[in-house]
Design a binder for this molecule. Structure first.
Ligand SMILES: *Cc1c(COP(=O)(O)O)cnc(C)c1O
Length: 292
């Protein structure tokens, strides 16, 4: 398995208004692996490190572009574990590059209706699934469970440069929860919601934190209309940012994160002299048009 750790911490000096009053870094978790998405790898690492001998495979859930299913499918392939992916919707006639990768790695794909997918957290459904796969470990959607927080914490431990603010995208909240539990005083975590979820996203983070913390909040101004919505202004920003900073971004997660960073910098959200780290969580595989 070719996972590269620690991921680099790259300084950026974009020509944004007021950027020259700050020190800006990008934590390049997108470089952990050529295709595996950074934060999904971090979230899975503690689970993979502690697998019981009795485990012969994994079962998990996701959409047709899921960075999580992709990372988990690859990990299972590398370890000779079976993998069953429960996918929302029927893509048998048009599998996405992500699904084609899973098939190439020997995964079993079970396409389910939206209705069945909706049961993915129900205790009765999970019980049934565990009976059907007695020697498999069932991992929740997005790999978001309390064990994932320790994996995210390793990302913070790798940052040896002092900083005050750290920005991460938020979907299921585990990355932000992991970051919030790992930061020290007076560091602050700012989550950028990538979907419309004011209140809901906060509740997800709170549910994952074993000890409540007040060093984080979520900014809801940059979801661009909802999950995976990609209006022209966002797509153009992604292209311009990739070119200017030589860091590839996609519109679902990192594009929204860096758009938010630019806006906060230009609006003087950060006091001059601050050091700000934006975490590039990866995700480029999801916007691919081709298979590996
Ligand atoms: C899943 C994902 C996120 C969101 O992380 P959560 O822990 O679900 O909030 C961010 N970036 C990328 C690239 C992802 O794949």
């Amino acid at each position: 398995m070719t996972i590269q750790l620690p991921s680099p911490l790259t300084r950026i000096t974009p020509g944004w208004r007021h950027a020259d009053t700050l020190t800006l870094y990008v934590k390049r978790d997108d470089l952990i692996h050529p295709v595996i998405s950074g934060n999904k790898w971090r979230k899975l690492a503690p689970v993979l490190a502690g697998l019981p001998d009795s485990c012969t495979g994994m079962v998990s859930f996701g959409g047709a572009f899921s960075n999580h299913l992709h990372a988990l499918g690859y990990a299972c392939y590398c370890r000779g574990l079976a993998f069953t992916a429960i996918v929302r919707g029927d893509y048998r006639s048009q599998p996405t590059p992500m699904l084609q990768d899973l098939m190439a790695w020997g995964a079993t794909i079970r396409y389910v209706t939206k209705k069945e997918y909706g049961l993915r957290e129900s205790a009765a459904y999970l019980n049934e699934l565990q009976h059907a796969f007695p020697t498999h470990i069932i991992i929740p959607e997005g790999g978001s469970q309390s064990a994932a927080l320790d994996g995210i914490a390793t990302m913070i431990e790798e940052i040896l440069t002092p900083f005050t603010f750290l920005l991460v995208p938020v979907a299921s909240g585990a990355t932000l929860a992991g970051v919030a539990s790992a930061l020290g005083d007076p560091q602050r975590a700012i989550g950028i919601g990538v979907l419309k979820g004011e209140g809901y996203l906060e509740s997800l983070v709170e549910r994952l934190l074993s000890v409540p913390r007040s060093n984080w909040h979520i900014n809801h101004d940059f979801h661009f209309g909802g999950y995976a919505k990609r209006p022209a202004a966002l797509r153009e920003f992604c292209e311009a940012f990739s070119r200017e900073c030589d860091i590839p971004v996609e519109p679902v997660y990192s594009g929204k994160l860096f758009y938010a960073l630019k806006s906060l910098v230009e609006n003087r959200y950060f006091a001059p002299g601050s050091t700000v780290v934006a975490v590039h969580t990866g995700g480029l595989q999801g916007s691919r048009k081709t298979v590996i």
